[in-house]
Structure formats: C-alpha cells, structure tokens
Design a protein around this ligand. Structure first.
Ligand code: PEP
Ligand code: MG
Length: 319
C-alpha cells in the first residue's frame, strides 16, 4: 500500500536488525546527480558512490578546461546538498578510449595504460582534474570523496593520495578492481581513507576474462567464489583498519548479491537508481547474521552457480 511504499522509499539502508549499509547511486554527469537527488530522500539514498567523470572526457575533442570541469563537479556536489559524493578520477583506456589524447596502440589494452596509469603519459590530466575538484570543494563548502581507478599497488595509492591532498582534498580513496590490490588491501588501505570495489573489473582480472566477451559470461560472473574471496579479503582489511569498504560494480544492484556483500562486511553499495528499492527491501528482510550465513555459503561453494543456489536456499528456508 501507499504508506508502506513511502516508508520503503525513505528508510535508510539497513538490515532487519539495524546494521547500516549506505545505499548510493552511480552517476556519470551533474545532470544525473540532479535527477537522482531530486527523486530520492536524503535518508534513503545517502548520495553517489560512483561519479564516472570520464563521461565528461570521452566525447570531447580537447581536454575539458579546469574551469569547465570545476563547474560540472560543483553542480554535482550542489545537487546532492551535502550528501556523500564519491568522484572517480578519469578512467580512460581499454573499453573507454579518449579522442583527444592518443594512447599507445596496445596488444592488450585492458592490461595496458588505462585508468590511473594514464597519468604516466598525460600527468596533466590528473593534476588538472584534482585542481578542479579542489575548486568545487571550496566553491560548495562540501568535500567530495575522491578515488582513483585501476590501482594495483600500495605505492600507487600513496602517490595518488599525496596528489589529491596537495589539491586540498581530504577524503581520498582508491578503487579495488585489480586482484593485486585486493590481495594487499591492508597495505593499500593504510595509505587512504576508504576503498571501493569495482566488481566488474575485479571479475574480469580475477577470471582472466574480457568483460566485453559475451560468450564467456559464466566465467565473468561476480558469484565466482574466487572473486568473492577477494571481496572478503578487502572487507576484512577495512574492518581491521576501521575504514569504509564500498562496492560500486554492477553486482551491488543485485538484491541477492547485496545480501552476500553485506555479510562479507561491505559497508556501502552503489548502483543504478532503479536498483535501490529492491536492494533496500532485501536488506530490511534479513538480519546481519543471515547475511553472514549467505556470505559463507557463497564463499565456500564449488562454483558460481552452486553459490547462488545455496544462497537462494537460505532465502527459501526463511520464508
Ligand atoms: C567496475 O569496474 O566495477 C566499476 C565500477 O567501474 P567501471 O565499470 O566503470 O569500469
Ligand atoms: Mg572498473
């Protein structure tokens, strides 16, 4: 009924026993931010867990100026009016080519100069973007959370954190989407304030399976126990250091997987706006202990298919 629907739309993300899980939306532009903020209650959607800023760059024939970038970031921060906004620095290369900055012709672009690594050949792209974000923070009086994509080592995390802090940014993190970074999550987290798991690329690199190769989707499945083990390793590091560990890959928007991720210790889930109600509903109907049992079942399964089936069985038993 209408009253229940309204309650569902305004309740903060939490399990049945009140364990909080921030529910966030993925955006690509300030216009997306305006739409998402206008459509949602600030308690129900805590902000954006992934602002894919490359949308600004991909169609451009020249790098957008610092002023143009600052205007876009200011608009996004202002739209959310103090809600959390996690801005990802430029994630170009491989499946996201840049028109204005020629990248090397690579045999294996997914393993090449992409994401944070672009700074090796075009360092100004990163420094200008961080300067624009610093301006947007000053302009709005709101600190964005800022993270770099495709980080592989604690050294890269430290280097990015130093650059971001030099630009006046105080909430600095990195994405965990390369298995090496997940395996060394504690050392990576020691350098930054938070991390966010990109399960799309984490599955691609863990399973050695091109994310664009349609005929290999069974291998690319985020339910693969090996992928979940890397999520668990990262979440454990977050707990040990008392730092947030989010998920912003597509898997966060699957209600069943959201329960598993919560059980593994993930503290926020960022997804497309349309996925939020179903994830909120699933969380509110299960306790943290039930989510932990589901996580254990998915982790110890022999395959992705068996893991998902085992979690569905646990759902069915409760009904
Ligand atoms: C991911 O890799 O899971 C992610 C969120 O980033 P993108 O899909 O933009 O690579
Ligand atoms: Mg990614």
């Amino acid at each position: 009924d209408a009253e229940l629907a309204l309650e569902e739309d305004t309740a903060p993300g939490a399990t049945a026993d009140g364990h909080p899980v921030d529910l966030l939306v993925n955006i690509g532009t300030a216009a997306d931010a305006e739409r998402a903020a206008a459509a949602t209650d600030a308690r129900a959607v805590a902000g954006s867990g992934l602002f894919r800023t490359e949308v600004l760059f991909l169609d451009a024939t020249a790098a957008p100026s610092v002023a143009a970038q600052a205007a876009e970031y200011t608009a996004a921060l202002a739209a959310f009016g103090g809600r959390k906004v996690v801005v990802r620095t430029l994630d170009a290369g491989a499946d996201k080519p840049l028109a204005f900055a020629t990248l090397a012709d690579e045999e294996n672009p997914a393993l090449g100069v992409r994401g944070y690594r672009i700074g090796r050949v075009h360092p100004r792209l990163l420094t200008e973007q961080l300067a624009a974000l610093g301006q947007a923070a000053a302009e709005t009086g709101t600190q964005p959370w800022v993270m770099a994509p495709m980080i592989a080592t604690p050294q890269e995390a430290a280097e990015f954190a130093a650059s971001a802090r030099a630009a006046g940014l105080t909430r600095v993190g990195v994405m965990i989407e390369v298995p090496a970074a997940a395996l060394r999550a504690e050392a990576v987290l020691a350098e930054v304030d938070f991390v966010s798991l990109g399960t799309n690329d984490l599955a691609q690199y863990t399973m050695a399976t091109d994310r664009l190769a349609g005929q290999l989707v069974d291998l690319l499945d985020p339910w693969q126990p090996a992928v979940l083990e890397l999520v668990a390793t990262t979440a454990r590091a977050g707990r040990a250091l008392g730092k947030p560990v989010g998920v912003c890959g597509e898997s966060a928007g699957d209600p069943l997987m959201a329960l598993v991720l919560t059980g593994l210790g993930v503290t926020s889930l960022s997804m497309s706006l349309g996925s939020v109600p179903a994830v909120r509903y699933a969380l509110r109907r299960h306790t943290l202990a039930q989510c932990e049992a589901m996580a254990e079942a998915a982790l110890s399964a022999a395959s992705a298919t068996q893991g998902r089936a085992a979690v569905v069985d646990l759902l069915t038993e409760e009904a």
